[in-house]
Design a protein around this ligand. Structure first.
Ligand code: MN
Length: 195
């Protein structure tokens, strides 16, 4: 059975990019629902002993949707930290971003554009292939780059529940506000992890 993750920061630590009220609903209600739904679907599914990643790689239908949303939100909520000025990656990830996108600024512009232009509900991802080559993917609904054989590194949730209480229809303004709270040490850890 899967459980709701704990947040590694205080409820008001990400404001104004993400308010305590949004976190309360997004983590406490929306994510809890995906946990509850997935656990209800597991018995008899053949995935009772599987990891979340293996379910996302191999399942279909309702199990895939709920497992995808659980994995996506676990990666999303654990990639944040309280805001800092001039927040930017370092190390191997910074080098790879520069190599692929030309600069960190160009990467951010492209990532925001991919998030703003994703029609409907979904996720924009920074992902890496098995050679460490970076790319940005747009995923509808509960999509995750694992389904394409890529390693998911960092993501913006563009479902309206992620920002509507704070930003209403202004998705682009919400996405632009997320850069100061990205925990690049955590993203770098995912990038350099062997599995
Ligand atoms: Mn969400």
């Amino acid at each position: 059975m899967f459980t709701l993750i704990s947040l590694p920061y205080a409820p008001d630590a990400l404001s104004p990019a993400i308010s305590a009220e949004t976190l309360s609903f997004h983590h406490g209600k929306h994510l809890q629902t995906y946990v509850t739904n997935l656990n209800a679907l597991l018995p008899g599914s053949g995935f009772e002993e599987s990891t979340l990643e293996d379910i996302v790689r191999n399942a279909q239908g309702g199990i895939l949707n709920n497992a995808g949303q659980l994995l996506n939100h676990n990666l999303y909520f654990t990639q944040f930290k309280p805001a800092t000025e001039d927040n930017a990656p370092s190390g191997q990830l910074a080098e790879a971003l520069q190599e692929t996108f030309g600069s960190f600024e160009a990467f951010k512009d492209e990532f925001e554009k991919k998030g703003t232009t994703l029609f409907g509900s979904g996720w924009v991802w920074l992902a890496a292939d098995d050679k460490g080559k970076l790319c940005i993917t747009q995923e509808a609904n509960a999509g995750n780059p694992l389904r394409s054989g890529l390693k998911p590194l960092m993501t913006f949730d563009v479902w309206e529940h992620a920002y509507y209480l704070d930003y209403q229809n202004r998705r682009a303004a919400h996405l632009a506000a997320l850069w100061p709270i990205i925990n690049w040490d955590e993203v770098e850890r995912r990038y350099t992890a062997s599995e």
